[in-house]
Ligand binder design. Structure first.
Ligand code: NAD
Length: 420
């Protein structure tokens, strides 16, 4: 199974019928016939019943694939699970533009997660902090004794930091356990270690440990993606300037930054969900990181290079795993990881960040030129047509008529269905 030599560049992919799209992906990723069948299968109820509580059934989302992506010189098809129209098309289009100047380039830090232990009821806060640091070696050894597998793979607890925080309840010591989680998301691994350390810290300091849990502000697990978007392909200097004007509002204004960052997460969440990862953890980390300097701002940066092309950069924490969690249990998540051809959690984070940047570029590009509604509305019109009772060929006819009239309303759709 090696898809790195095949091109993800394909035009008119959206016009193909579903079975032809599946054939393309099967060929690209070297899927077996059994794996191909998974596209149209549902999660079995016994598996679902083991995953969460009080199960009644399963809930489906559309699974699409973004094409045209080149990341660090390698071609990727990116599976995206999302309910939102235009997102997959926009990402594929942005990837096509980025490809002209070489595609996406990424950097990634080590997969370091932070576990927090909150220590209260101390007479001598500074003394307690010193005692914890003095016994760092033993504490790290105790943490590592909890996860021999992680240590075997070169991961495990690597460092320990202490912070003294002031609160209405008085001062407290918050210990940060820094854990290299290798290819895992790491929450279970880190939480287990934190729980194991609690009695030892209490004994050392005479205080009381309250919280012992991972932090989702994974700011030691940072990924950066960068791409150059070709000036000519964008429509020239005026469009690049219009883009930068639009982007500037996201830098200075949290009201715009929230929407701007939501656009980034349209891409990131969809591949995170498709690979069975925890999208709430990713969302929490991303938005906390966006506010790390005291004001919530854009996660991405844009500027012009010497030739006037637009350069986009995205930086955020991405705690993703390819082992553990739901990603190992859900058959479609395993299938999506095979389509991606990823070998490490780092590679998945790099793909997700590139997708987020592509999505962000596409949204701001549309907003700066034709507006976002044009792309959105044609698919929205199809949904309205279906809601109005259109079937088969009627769906496209009704949708086309609604878009032509610029009146994408359910009442009008019902009238057109009636006429057909
Ligand atoms: P996990 O415990 O299922 O798997 C991780 C374990 O797999 C490691 O501890 C290690 O023992 C083993 N392993 C085998 N091969 C490995 C490799 N190559 N690299 C790393 N580890 C390897 O999962 P997890 O990643 O520790 O936790 C993820 C789950 O925790 C997610 O389902 C998440 O939703 C959930 N969770 C999240 C939070 C939060 O985000 N605040 C809190 C609690 C639980």
């Amino acid at each position: 199974m090696s898809n790195s030599k095949k091109s993800s560049m394909v035009s008119g992919f959206y016009k193909l019928p579903v079975d032809k799209r599946v054939d393309f992906v099967k060929d690209f990723a070297g899927l077996t016939s059994e794996e191909e069948k998974l596209f149209s299968s549902f999660l079995d109820i016994e598996t679902a019943d083991r995953m969460i509580e009080n199960v009644l059934g399963t809930f489906e989302l559309p699974l699409g694939v973004a094409v045209n992506f080149k990341i660090n010189g390698k071609d990727y098809l990116i599976p995206m699970a999302t309910e939102e129209s235009s997102v997959v098309a926009a990402a594929s289009n942005a990837a096509k533009i980025a490809r002209i100047q070489g595609g996406f380039k990424t950097e990634c830090s080590k997969p370091l997660m932070i576990g927090q232990l909150q220590l209260l009821k101390l007479d001598d806060v500074a003394g307690a902090a010193q005692k914890i640091l003095k016994h760092k070696k033993e504490l790290l050894e105790l943490a590592n004794a909890q996860d021999k597998i992680l240590v075997k793979f070169g991961g495990g607890a690597k460092d320990l930091e202490v912070r003294i925080l002031y609160s209405p309840l008085g001062k407290m010591v918050v210990t940060h356990l820094i854990v290299d989680v290798r290819d895992a998301m790491g929450a279970n691994a880190v939480n287990t270690m934190c729980e194991a350390l609690a009695p030892m810290i209490e004994e050392l300091t005479g205080g009381k440990i309250r919280l012992k849990i991972l932090s989702n502000l994974a700011d030691k697990r940072i990924v950066k993606a960068k791409a150059v978007f070709d000036k000519e392909k964008m429509g020239g200097e005026d469009v690049v300037n219009a883009f930068l004007e639009s982007y500037t509002l996201a830098v200075i204004d949290p009201y715009r930054a929230a929407t701007h960052n939501k656009g980034i997460m349209n891409g990131i969440d969809s591949v995170i969900i498709a690979t069975g990862n925890d999208f709430r953890a990713i969302e929490a980390g991303a938005h906390a990181y966006a506010a790390r300097n005291g004001q919530y701002t854009s996660l991405s940066k844009y500027f012009k290079d010497k030739k006037g092309n637009l350069v986009g950069e995205l930086e955020l924490p991405l705690a993703v795993g390819i082992v553990g969690g739901a990603g190992n249990i859900h058959p479609k998540a395993r299938l999506c990881k095979k389509i991606l051809g990823i070998k490490t959690a780092k590679e998945l984070a790099e793909v997700a960040a590139s997708l987020g940047l592509a999505q962000n570029f596409a949204a701001v590009f549309a907003l700066s030129t034709v507006g976002i509604q044009k792309g959105h509305m044609s698919l929205h019109a199809k949904n309205i047509a279906v809601m109005a009772g259109a079937k088969g060929d009627q769906i496209d006819k009704v949708a086309e008529q609604l878009v032509k009239e610029g009146n994408i309303k359910l009442d009008r759709a019902k009238e057109i269905v009636g006429q057909l």
